[in-house]
Design a protein around this ligand. Structure first.
Ligand code: SAJ
Length: 445
């Protein structure tokens, strides 16, 4: 190991290495706070003045319930271990820099890396010899070599591997479990060289209790995008089985239950759609990594198409149940993309709302976690012709269906997440259109 790497390793082990985190969102902020708690001096850089002010006041700017994060924020800002800034100049003397900026794809599903490129240019201007830079953002395989390394070398005049060290360590966070996942889920550390992966492993060992697997850049980039594309393809399979079962008058949920008894058949759940910050995007990062190469990428886009079409299928179930949607009033139950979360990114309910309105229906939305849509669900049901469940918030499993029936103007309940049984709906006098189960058809699709 070179003298520079050995010195950095010494500082990592002594926790005297100064850490900078660029991008203080749902990934960067918990990471910064955890390393601060473990004794590192941490400075966080963001572009939002409001967010920097909030963090320096010891307040987490992250919406939703994140167990442990508010307390941790108060502790590490009060102790001075964590400070936020808008100024890249403040990180010039840092030893390690983590990059946690957003990496959205455009409408052609290609990542444009505006935020990443801006961060790389600003960081490159203050990059010093001996620094370790780690990209934690989810990136298209090939980005470290094709975008990150050239950008940092051009902006700094330094050489990767000789003057500074560069790694990729994809995050595996999940809303509602940010601190938990950061500590309990294994990580892949991809370095510009094996010795850099070694440095990264020593660094992450301060917060990661699970396995830390060493590798190179392309492996780390692929693991993250493949694991989420894997999930998307498997959800799409469950959705396609649901459509087949509806057409054949079978119950997809019963079929799934029995299929899962067969070893190695962990069939996922059909649903009203696939939302969130990761799953709808990461498959496209994987697929676009081989653009221009002779690789027939067919399954990943096809799975995306199946999952993106599920809100329209929910529309079709509602339309069949009501004999048309024009002039109808619909109650949507659940706007967050995930049960018991307030995260509305890529929300399937948002797509369904647009589709319903395009059919001339009025839409009322309820969600116990999303502040714009909280309130009394039965009050919102008054005058509605049907209720359509998109998100399986636990509250809905406890909903008094008889009271819902009394409040509704109509008697149709469309269930996109297998929350209710036919018996429960029937007992309440409701007709149940159940995704994946047309055994009691409530209308011809
Ligand atoms: N969904 C289905 N059927 C399923 C599972 C999910 O329709 O069987 C839908 C959900 O309703 C949601 C979307 O897919 O709209 C995504 O759900 P998710 O459970 O995958 O939750 P995410 O988006 O928070 O996924 C994250 C991912 N973790 C990271 O990117 C680090 C994913 O890789 C994890 O598998 C998932 O959390 C998890 O369960 O931990």
């Amino acid at each position: 190991m070179s003298a520079m790497r050995a010195e950095l390793l010494r500082r990592i082990e002594a926790r005297s290495a100064r850490l900078a985190v660029i991008g203080l969102g749902y990934v960067g902020l918990p990471v910064a706070a955890l390393f601060a708690e473990r004794g590192y001096q941490v400075i966080g850089v963001d572009i939002l003045p409001e967010r920097v002010k909030k963090i320096n006041a010891g307040v987490s700017p992250i919406e939703g319930r994140e167990p442990g994060l508010p307390e941790l924020m108060r502790e590490v800002t009060a102790s001075g271990q964590l400070r936020a800034t808008l100024d890249y100049g403040d990180i010039a003397d840092c030893d390690i820099v983590l990059i946690d900026v957003e990496t959205p794809v455009n409408d052609r599903y290609i990542p444009e890396y505006r935020a990443l490129k801006a961060a790389l240019a600003a960081l490159g201007a203050v990059l010093e010899k001996g620094m370790l830079v780690v990209v934690e953002s989810t990136i298209m395989p090939g980005t470290m070599q094709g975008v990150v390394q050239p950008a940092l070398e051009a902006a700094s005049g330094l050489r990767c591997g000789r003057d500074f060290f560069l790694g990729n360590c994809p995050e595996r966070v999940m809303p509602g479990r940010l601190l938990h996942n950061l500590q309990k889920m294994s990580r892949v550390v991809g370095g510009d060289a094996p010795q850099t992966a070694e440095l990264m492993k020593a660094f992450y060992a301060h917060v990661v209790e699970a396995e830390i697997d060493e590798g190179d850049w392309i492996t780390a980039e692929l693991v993250k995008t493949v694991e989420n594309a894997y999930r998307d393809v498997n959800i799409a399979f469950a959705n396609e089985v649901a459509l087949i079962c509806e057409a054949l008058g079978a119950d997809a949920w019963r079929v799934r239950e029995l299929v899962r008894k067969s070893p190695g058949r962990e069939m996922l759940k059909p649903g009203a759609g696939v939302g969130g910050h990761c799953i709808p995007k990461d498959p496209w990062l994987l697929a676009s990594s081989v653009h221009g190469k002779e690789v027939p990428v067919r399954l990943i886009p096809a799975a995306r198409a199946v999952n993106e079409d599920m809100p329209r299928h929910m529309l079709a179930l509602a339309c069949a149940g009501l004999g048309g949607l024009n002039g109808k009033k619909m109650l949507i139950l659940g706007y967050a993309y995930l049960e018991d979360s307030d995260d509305t990114r890529a929300s399937p309910a948002e797509v369904l709302t647009r589709l319903l309105r395009a059919e001339g229906a009025q839409v009322e939305i309820h969600d116990p976690y999303v502040v714009e849509y909280t309130g009394d669900v039965l009050a919102k049901a008054v005058g509605c012709d049907a209720a359509v469940l998109v998100t399986a918030h636990s509250d809905y499993a406890r909903l008094d269906l008889a009271a819902l029936k009394s409040a509704l103007r109509g008697d149709l309940l469309v269930d996109g997440r297998n929350v209710w049984t036919r018996e429960a709906a029937r007992a309440a006098g409701l007709r149940l259109a159940r995704l994946g189960d047309a055994s009691e058809s409530v209308g011809k699709i």
